[in-house]
Design a protein around this ligand. Structure first.
Ligand SMILES: *Cc1c(COP(=O)(O)O)cnc(C)c1O
Length: 310
């Protein structure tokens, strides 16, 4: 038995969070960051049925896309190594050597990295790009950026069944809203589901939810919304206030948050609670979607900001 294979969902404890100031709701974090050292958070749920499908259909190779710090690239590389697939990563932008910690890990786990210009990367879902992939790599199983496809939504729809308490809201950070869509489908109009957009001007996420949920279920869902004002200036943009908050949460709770996704999500929950967005005494479950591998690649920037120089 290879113990590395064992993704252990029982490690995802539900932890009550203490905030720097008292708020009038109970907030818990469901610790999916703890289920496996590399294949964890929402990326585990998004990959689960993709890996199964690839195996059942005899694909040897999984090809996917991402930025140079992508949690999805990191998780896919590890999953390929552990579950016996070749992996190919199409990376946005130019190669920078030495490789950053994310891509170095991916490469060490056997992922072959191909860099495409930002303008070509934007065409990654086009017929033309798919034809190029087929010509260059042959019959590979293609997983979209961030892992978000129907199989990913199916995986993420299993998250609510793993939450062991009664609650009023479930909340996740949203990049493509694949995870949010899975939560909505899984809850089937029960509870309230909230996404915290981590990109600026990401109103398209609302359309993504409509698209993903309508493809997965015939139901119409109206128990969800997305907050669009906690991106801190845009994707991977951070400031001192956010970093101080993340450090306070870690000190008070021994929970690590990344500044790109889960830090912004929990900051949003804290801020919304202080503004009485939630009714008093409600119970909120926040999904820890993992992403802690990304901290290493941002360390210098984080230390610089915390040192007070900007
Ligand atoms: C990828 C990722 C998300 C975003 O998930 P979507 O399904 O794309 O919305 C959230 N949190 C973390 C830590 C991630 O790595």
């Amino acid at each position: 038995m290879n113990s590395e294979k064992e993704i252990d969902l029982s490690k995802a404890v539900l932890q009550k969070i203490i905030f720097p100031e008292k708020i009038n709701v109970d907030v818990f974090v469901k610790r999916f960051d703890l289920i496996h050292p590399f294949i964890n958070g929402n990326k585990y749920f998004k990959l689960k049925y993709n890996l199964q499908y690839a195996k059942e259909n005899n694909f040897n190779t999984i090809l996917t896309f991402g930025g140079a710090y992508s949690n999805h690239i990191h998780a896919t590389a590890a999953a390929g190594k552990i579950f016996g697939f070749e992996t190919i990563g199409i990376i946005r932008g130019e190669e920078h050597l030495p490789l950053n910690p994310t891509l170095s890990f991916a490469s060490k786990n056997g992922m072959k990295l191909f860099y495409v210009s930002r303008s070509d990367y934007r065409k990654k879902n086009s017929e033309e790009f798919y034809a190029w992939i087929k010509k260059k790599f042959g019959d590979v199983f293609i997983v979209p950026e961030g892992g978000s496809n129907q199989l990913a939504i199916k995986g993420a729809s299993e998250i609510p069944s793993l939450i062991e308490i009664d609650y009023d809201y479930v909340i996740t950070a949203s990049g493509t809203a694949g995870t949010l869509s899975g939560l909505i489908v899984g809850l089937n109009n029960y509870k309230k589901v909230l996404g915290v957009a981590v990109l600026k001007g990401a109103e398209f996420l609302n359309k993504n939810v409509e698209f993903f949920t309508s493809k997965t279920s015939k139901q119409k869902f109206n128990n969800w919304s997305i907050v669009h004002n906690y991106h801190f200036g845009g994707y991977a943009k951070i400031n001192r206030e956010l970093l101080i908050f993340i450090n306070q949460i870690e000190e008070l709770n021994e929970v690590k948050l990344d500044p790109i996704y889960t830090g912004k999500m929990l900051y949003a929950v804290y801020d919304l609670a202080r503004k009485n967005y939630f009714e008093k005494n409600k119970t909120i479950v926040c999904i820890h979607t993992g992403g802690l591998q990304g901290i290493e690649g941002m360390k210098d920037k984080m230390n610089f900001i915390l040192s007070g120089k900007i």
